[in-house]
Write a protein that binds this ligand. Structure first.
Ligand code: ARG
Length: 420
């Protein structure tokens, strides 16, 4: 009996050519696997193409729920953004694809898994590290990385082997799932050129966005979005609807010069209307319910978390440890956030929570205020004590003075005097 290899199959040119290449080079049977992570694709067509190209068996799995629960929701809680701008859509999908590849490989008794990543990007790292963390005895093969074929050679190879390739829909290299669409290459490789309109599928051009602003109230429970406009929704459907709503209002494009893990700077364009809107809403809610100390510390945790996920270390123990911290903070992240979308822009215009730390009686400038303004004077005295002392002990070099200055003698008063 022939050995088996399980290939992560997208239906595109690279992975279609990979089926034949794996069969030829390893004399193995190729089992294909396509995951539905919420990308807008025709899965039946992908299955037909897999069999037509020579797969002995094709798996098509709906992993949307698992993707949202296991990957997207933790990322929302972590306000996951790489370099402060990219909501990690592709990065979050890869460890799940790797997990399913390993599951199928184990159940099929395959000795290897394969994926269509190139040798220049982050995805190869995410796939290889995840597979090898899950099952070190399974070999990982990356045909595109190994064969070094250019696109023209691939097309030639496909013709020679009678592979029916899909007429290329676009000049871009894309990847998509429920959390966003990543767009690379073609005219985008010139970082100084504006992305052409054809690059976009999820976000409407500003011209065709509604003239009137659109409002959307997102309800959160424990850091997770659970309702829109007061109506509880299924987790997958909720994100789909925010994508649609925000995208229709021309909101959700990111254009980023990004630092890849391998050191290359690359121009990446993203359509991630839902991710950007939900994370902005979530951040705003946290601002209402978490303390200043929690917020400041969590910001550094978020950066580290995002880096681990971006750089392919989803399985890293530190990520789990950071999740534990994040989870503790999210218990209070329950409430509602009102978003206003208009002609490509979005902002938060209202928020409320049963756990709000906002106290009108303290913040109001009206006569209802219960904040004792006199206590501020003593607070300031002590708060600035060291800074004041240091500022006055060192004479500013420009004035060429030494030791204590007039200014210090003037400002150094006894606290009791200051309070008067
Ligand atoms: N730069 C993004 C990331 O590393 C997007 C990668 C897109 N991948 C692709 N196969 N087109 O997550």
């Amino acid at each position: 009996m022939k050995q088996k290899i399980v290939l992560a199959y997208s239906g595109g040119l690279d992975t279609s050519v990979s089926i034949k290449w794996l069969q030829e080079k390893f004399h193995a049977d190729v089992v294909t696997l396509t995951l539905n992570l919420g990308q807008r694709e025709d899965f039946r067509e992908i299955e037909e193409r897999a069999y037509a190209t020579g797969a002995v068996k094709h798996y098509q799995m709906d992993a949307r729920e698992e993707f949202v629960t296991g990957f997207v929701q933790p990322s929302i809680k972590a306000n996951g953004m790489y370099q402060g701008r990219y909501p990690l859509a592709t990065a979050l999908g890869r460890p799940l694809i790797a997990t399913k590849l390993v599951e199928v490989a184990e159940s099929e008794g395959a000795y290897a898994v394969a994926h269509g990543c190139t040798g220049k990007g982050n995805d190869q790292v995410r796939m290889d590290v995840s597979v090898r963390s899950l099952n070190p005895s399974i070999k990982v093969i990356a045909p595109v990385r190994e064969w070094n074929m250019t696109r023209d050679v691939e097309i030639e190879y496909a013709k020679k082997h009678g592979i029916n390739i899909k007429p290329k829909k676009s000049i871009f290299s894309t990847d998509q799932n429920l959390w966003g669409r990543s767009i690379e290459s073609g005219p985008l490789e010139d970082p100084d050129t504006e992305p052409p309109a054809e690059a976009f599928e999820w976000v409407s051009p500003v011209d065709s966005a509604p003239d009137a602003p659109g409002y959307l109230e997102v309800g959160f429970d424990g850091g997770i979005p659970v309702s829109l406009e007061g109506r509880a929704l299924d987790k997958v459907e909720l994100i789909r609807r925010v994508n649609e709503f925000a995208g229709k209002h021309a909101f959700g494009i990111v254009d980023l010069i990004e630092d890849r893990l391998v050191g290359i700077k690359s121009r990446e364009v993203y359509e991630c209307p839902g991710a950007l809107a939900i994370i902005e809403a979530h951040r705003d809610l946290e601002q209402l319910v978490l303390t200043r100390n929690e917020l400041a510390f969590k910001a550094s945790v978020e950066r580290e978390w995002s880096w681990l996920v971006y750089s392919g270390l989803w399985m890293e123990p530190l990520r789990f440890a950071l999740d534990s911290f994040i989870e503790t903070t999210q218990r209070r992240a329950t409430g509602k956030v009102k978003l206003k979308f208009h002609k490509g822009g979005m902002r938060v215009v209202g928020r409320s929570s049963p756990n709000s730390l906002y106290r009108l009686k303290l913040s109001t400038y009206s006569k209802e205020s219960t904040f004792d303004q006199n206590s501020a004077v003593g607070f300031i005295e002590l708060w600035g004590l060291q800074s004041r002392t240091a500022a006055n002990a060192i004479a500013p070099p420009t004035r060429g003075g030494k030791g204590r200055t007039q200014r210090e003698q003037h400002t150094e008063r006894k606290p009791s005097q200051a309070l008067k």
